[in-house]
Design a protein around this ligand. Sequence first.
Ligand code: PLP
Length: 274
Amino acid sequence: MTYIKNHSKRKPVVLCFSGHDPSGGAGIQADIEAITAQGVHAATIVTALTCQNTSHVLSFQAVNADKLQKQAEVLLKDMTVDVIKIGMTADVDVVKAIHHIIKQHKEIPVVLDPVLASGAGTSLSSDKLINAINTYLMPYCHLITPNIPEVIKLASIAEPDNTEIDVAASFLLHLGSEHVLVTGTHADLNVIEHKLYHVHDTLQSFRNERLPHEYHGSGCTLASSIAAFLAKGEDTNSAIQQGLDYTFDSLQHAHAPGQGQWLPDRLFQRNQND
Ligand code: PLP
């Protein structure tokens, strides 16, 4: 059977590599919702299954890396992907499989949210995984969006203070990521400051007021909405500003279906139009 190509019907596409979170707060579901909310299509490849609720991550297991690589190859033969978004990678073999794909497709910008721990702090990584992310993914990234503990871990800084964040971010730029956006939620301040580092540009800051609850999936929401805005053709600064604004709004509309962290309402715009 031959299919008729109709490019006038084409939406921008973000290909996501992320873990599955059964609570629906983080991971692949967060990506699908945040990307769909921008009118962009999310193509999805699951990297890991997790056992968790809104309070705890009990365990996780990576998928078979060869199968994941095959899924991506088959998909990329079919669809034009505008941006690749990477979240939880879970193990070194998965990182290597994703490396293989992004190396073959250097023309596609990569946004990496280096998920090293859950929102509640449970580790989702190891030293080996961090080395693999630095070696195999970082050189191909257009943007990486670590929070403060993640940037410190990725740069292996033992006892951080505020100035060490600048040092850690420049370490990641030297590993090859074009931009590093360090999200500031973990600093104990009323106004949250997110810092964008670039090898050649001056440092830029974006500010948000602090919201009252603890949230699950805010990092995934931010990285995937930025990926969607990039896929729509926005430049990096504008995609970041719009991603931060959208994430803030989704957190302002957050709800609490469980007993732990609140979940962003990423489809709040649709609900407002109901
Ligand atoms: N991806 C998965 C599959 C997760 O389980 C988690 C946290 O538990 C995350 C990503 C990161 O979530 P957050 O956006 O809250 O940092």
